[in-house]
Ligand binder design. Structure first.
Ligand code: IPM
Ligand code: MG
Length: 357
């Protein structure tokens, strides 16, 4: 029996709809396992800009630092995507949160629920049994280096930077995770061209002798992008830099059937943040059709990683599995054989998960 403070940070677009369902699942877990979860909410992204002019208001950051864990939705708004000159952008809130909370490790587990074999655009015989855990570095790289314009704005630059300790701390996390799995680590870089990648490879190579039970492989990012689709079972744990990880995990979401299924955990020295890897999806916002399963699975990661509640976390994952086994789908994971009455909206599929809890 535990008492915890959970901060819900829905952000923009479907973030609102999916975190509402994730919260209900946490509530149900608290009731079933006799825990007390206290909730508060905070603003980030476009909604925060509208309310305060700031994509991450100080008040939100303070609440995050004080809470035991954050259930996060998404940030973004199409109006900024088509306005490259905008100085204040929703994504700045997300990046600032990652930096300020020291969330340097982003864990993105890619696992296909058997029932979704047909939902992927990849052939079932290639996918079956694929199970990958990505460690994406989250507070360095080209995302956070100096950027700007010169030559009267006609030239733009973004500097990619990594320090030894930054590679080492994420490297250790990945090695340790590999130990608890199939003991294979693939480090992805572009060391044939990029200097930060050469440092990356050097650091991972230096760590390797400390983990003699883990088999290490180094792969260039272009090859990794290809093999991920050709032979995903070849990977166990993958560790990579911020930008490569951003791109490869969107690609890998197709292994899990849909972006709507993938949860992630961002952890570091303080409060952990749990969020779907999908974005704000304004094209379907407010229609009640968004897939909340990634937010529910993010809640499962939160229970496991931040609270050490293994049984609770497994109960959530097993409930999602049962809902899929019962044939229920949201639109994004339905296929030609899904009967119309099994295709549910955001709230309705959330309620099915609650029933199994
Ligand atoms: C993600 C997103 C973010 C990123 C965007 C919204 C800034 O794509 O979490 O993967 O690039 O990290
Ligand atoms: Mg991304």
């Amino acid at each position: 029996m535990a008492s915890k403070n959970i901060l819900i940070v829905p952000g923009d677009g479907i973030g609102q709809e999916v975190t509402a369902v994730g919260k209900k699942v946490l509530d149900k877990i608290a009731a079933r396992f006799n825990h007390t979860f206290h909730y508060d909410e905070a603003l980030i992204g476009h909604v925060a800009i509208e309310a305060t002019g700031n994509p991450l208001p100080e008040e939100s950051l303070e609440k995050m630092k004080k809470s035991d864990a954050v259930l996060f939705g998404a940030v973004g708004h199409p109006k900024y995507d088509n306005d490259p000159s905008a100085k204040v952008r929703p994504e700045q809130g997300l990046l600032k949160m990652r930096k300020e909370l020291g969330l340097y490790a982003n864990l993105r587990p890619i696992k296909l629920f058997d029932e979704l074999l047909e939902a992927s655009s990849i052939k079932p015989e290639i996918l079956k049994g694929a199970d990958i855990l990505f460690f994406r570095e989250l507070t360095g790289d080209i995302y956070f280096g100096e950027k700007g314009r010169k030559n009267n704005g006609d030239t733009a630059y973004d500097i990619a930077e990594y320090s030894r300790y930054e590679v080492e701390r994420i490297g250790r996390k990945a090695f340790e995770a590999a130990r608890t799995r199939r003991k294979k680590l693939c480090s992805v870089d572009k060391a044939n061209v990029i200097e930060t990648s050469r440092l990356w490879r050097e650091v991972i190579q230096k760590l390797a002798p400390e983990y003699p039970d883990v088999e290490v492989e180094h792969m260039f990012v272009d090859a990794a992008a290809m093999i991920l689709i050709k032979d995903p079972r070849r990977f166990d744990v993958v560790v990579t830099a911020n930008l490569f990880g951003d791109i490869l995990t969107d690609e890998a979401s197709q292994i899990a059937g849909s972006m709507g299924m993938l949860a992630s955990a961002s952890v570091g020295d303080g409060t952990g943040v749990y969020e779907p890897i999908h974005g704000s999806a304004h094209d379907i916002t407010g229609k009640g059709v968004a897939n909340p399963l990634a937010s529910i699975l993010s809640a499962a990661l939160l229970l496991d990683i931040s609270f050490g509640m293994k049984a609770e976390s497994e109960a959530v994952i097993s409930a999602v599995d049962k809902v899929l086994k019962a044939g229920f789908r949201t639109r994004d994971i339905a296929d030609a054989n899904t009967p119309a009455d099994k295709i549910l909206g955001t709230e309705a599929i959330g309620n099915e998960v609650l029933k199994f809890l």
